[in-house]
Each structure stands twice: as structure tokens, then as C-alpha cells.
Design a protein around this ligand. Structure first.
Ligand code: ZN
Length: 159
């Protein structure tokens, strides 16, 4: 268990594309544990491996007490319906901005034991999945913000 350093906006690594994970290893399982520790410590609801400097297609998400480890995640289906809501990012501390995302997504991924699963998500979880999967492509939510970023006092919107 360890807290890793979260890379901040402006760090080139956040702009790089992450690589597929061909097989699970003890080292990657340790990375996943560290990602959860780091996310919970920072009071975030999602974290991508690139945010701790590792260019692998791994994200962890926990918006409501149910953790999702997503290795090699892929979006299979998105709704035409969208929702616009406030969003933040642990790599952009103290800021939030309005982003439009699909209201519903269906995604597949592999867990920390490389067991395949699918998840259907709406609302905040759908938003978190889209946000984190963007990180794997080198996209940060500030690229998609409508209007200006604004300062937040609390960490309610941190992802
Ligand atoms: Zn983020």
C-alpha cells in the first residue's frame, strides 16, 4: 500500500496514450492497490494509471462505495441522451467545469484478476467512466469544458 504522486495538468504524461495490458502481474496488482489508496486519500472518485505516471490502460473508479477496477476498458454503447454537469479531476485540483457526457454507457473491462465483466452505468458513474477512459487517450476534461473552469472550495466534484 502506498500513496503515489498525482501528476498535475501541464505534465506531458497526461497527454500520452496508455498501452493495453497484455497480462496481469503482481506489480500491476500493486499498482492497482496503490491507485485506490491514492484516489481515496485524495477524496477522488476515479483515477487513471497515467495520473500516477504509468502509461497502462488501467483505471479505478468508486463513486458510491462500489469500486470498479477497469483494465483495458472499452465503451461498447453510449446513449444519445446526454447530461451536462459539473466535473473535476485530481490532476486539476481546486477547479471544476461543466462537461456534457452520455447519460448512459455500457462498457467492458477486466478486473485485477483479468476476469472480464461488463458494466451498465448512468449518471455520475457513466460520467466517471467517460472521464477516466478519456485519460487513457491523453484527454483531460478541461479539453471538453463548456465555458470557463471555476474555483471550488470543496472536493465534491473531484474525479
Ligand atoms: Zn481526471
Amino acid at each position: 500500500m502506498a500513496i503515489r504522486k498525482i501528476r498535475q495538468l501541464g505534465d506531458d504524461i497526461l497527454r500520452k496514450k496508455c498501452r493495453e495490458v497484455p497480462e496481469m502481474t503482481p506489480k500491476l496488482q500493486e499498482l492497482i492497490e496503490d491507485m485506490y489508496d491514492t484516489m481515496y486519500e485524495a477524496e477522488g472518485v476515479g483515477l487513471a494509471a497515467s495520473q500516477v505516471g504509468i502509461l497502462k490502460r488501467i483505471v479505478v473508479i468508486d463513486v458510491d462505495g462500489t469500486p470498479y477496477t477497469m483494465v483495458n476498458p472499452k465503451i461498447l454503447e453510449i446513449s444519445d441522451d446526454t447530461e451536462t454537469a459539473s466535473e473535476g479531476c485530481l490532476s486539476v485540483p481546486g477547479k471544476a467545469g461543466s462537461v456534457t457526457r452520455p447519460a448512459f454507457v455500457r462498457a467492458e473491462a477486466w478486473d485485477e484478476n483479468m476476469v472480464h465483466y461488463e458494466v451498465e452505468a448512468e449518471g455520475y458513474l457513466a460520467r466517471a467512466i467517460c472521464h477516466e477512459l478519456d485519460h487513457l487517450e491523453g484527454i483531460v476534461y478541461v479539453d471538453k469544458v463548456e465555458g470557463e473552469l471555476y474555483d471550488v472550495q470543496e472536493e465534491d466534484y473531484e474525479e
